[in-house]
Design a protein around this ligand. Structure first.
Ligand SMILES: NC(=O)c1ccc[n+]([C@@H]2O[C@H](COP(=O)([O-])OP(=O)(O)OC[C@H]3O[C@@H](n4cnc5c(N)ncnc54)[C@H](OP(=O)(O)O)[C@@H]3O)[C@@H](O)[C@H]2O)c1
Length: 293
């Protein structure tokens, strides 16, 4: 398949590589194909005529999304609309479309209203912040377009991610891996439950949706966590164990409200009820082994 990736220079985009998967990936840079620019999207679609699109372009900075609402919605919500409209105007047919979404759509920022056990694909999103709303709106846009244009969209998938780490960009895991080896204090939120997930695993699950021509719909693509597990502290302690004696830093736990400017949900654990997954500690160890010098 010829697969167009938006956000190809990002952490997730990095994982879509022809050396790994038996597909051709087209990865225009942000400058070559800005998802806010319909004529740029149309010329890329005309040139490459992709069989599938994976939309991984996004503004993921939650604080920036709160500060610059128009910018955030322009990319995260209107980006998908622009690509879909360009599919229509260029006359492409039967394109498979994957919209990369987020556990953030579940919102529920207040104490007492969240699910520590996690959310399944059927649970109701209740987005609150701009980032959350923009990601949820994008899901709805794809669903509606696919329903109204069955000949244009040959498969529509919403792939929700949890808390990604991978080699395409430095993330929490890489920062902690380095900080723990220094004689300093590592500060983490104690009142949060997450779904740490390897971007490599996420990408291969996304490709499997296309390869297996799965049913249209929502997929939670996350590594498995046990109930109440995978707090930032659990993740840091796992890295600490991996580092063994080279872990020198002390861990200091604070509350979410002490480190995040924009309020964060206590839990954004996802339950993956449709696809195979791996236990998060195993995935994390594999990743740490792969970055170990
Ligand atoms: N990282 C996570 O933990 C996480 C969790 C849940 C969901 N997700 C979702 O996963 C997807 C990928 O995230 P990521 O972590 O790979 O993000 P990332 O590393 O920040 O990459 C985002 C990509 O989008 C591109 N981009 C931004 N604005 C664009 C625009 N207007 N037009 C075209 N490209 C644009 C960026 O290009 P430049 O850098 O050149 O601007 C970059 O290549 C996003 O949909 C995100 O919402 C991520």
């Amino acid at each position: 398949m010829k697969i167009l990736i938006t956000g190809g220079s990002g952490m997730l985009g990095y994982e879509f590589d022809s050396n790994r998967f038996d597909h051709e990936f087209i990865k225009p840079s942000h400058r070559e194909m800005d998802v806010t620019n319909i004529s740029q999207i149309e010329s890329i679609l005309k040139k490459y005529q992709p069989d599938a699109v994976i939309n991984a372009a996004a503004i993921i900075n939650i604080d920036k999304c709160e500060e610059e609402k128009g910018f955030c919605f322009g990319v995260n919500r209107d980006g998908v609309k622009n690509i879909l409209e360009a599919i229509k105007s260029t006359g492409l047919k039967n394109v498979k479309f994957i919209q990369v979404s987020s556990s953030e759509v579940f919102g529920r920022l207040k104490e007492g209203e969240y699910e520590i056990e996690g959310y399944s694909e059927e649970d109701e999103p209740r987005p609150v912040t701009n980032y959350q709303k923009s990601k949820y709106d994008a899901e709805k846009i794809l669903e509606k377009f696919a329903e109204n244009n069955p000949s244009l969209i040959g498969g529509s998938y919403i792939a929700r991610a949890g808390w990604l780490y991978g080699k395409g960009r430095r993330s929490f895991v890489d920062f902690m891996y380095e900080d723990l080896q220094r004689e300093e204090e590592v500060i983490i939120a104690s009142d949060q439950w997450r779904s740490p997930t390897s971007a490599e695993f996420f990408a291969s699950s996304v490709i499997s949706l296309l390869d297996d021509s799965r049913e249209n719909g929502i997929y939670h693509i996350v590594d498995e966590v046990k109930s109440g597990e995978a707090t930032p502290k659990d993740v840091v302690e796992e890295i600490q164990r991996f580092l063994n004696e080279s872990a020198k830093a002390k861990i200091k736990e604070v509350y979410r409200k002490d480190i995040f400017k924009t309020p964060r949900a206590p839990s954004n654990v996802l339950k993956n009820t449709k696809l195979q997954s791996q236990y998060w500690r195993e995935s994390l160890r594999q990743y740490l082994n792969s970055i170990k010098i």
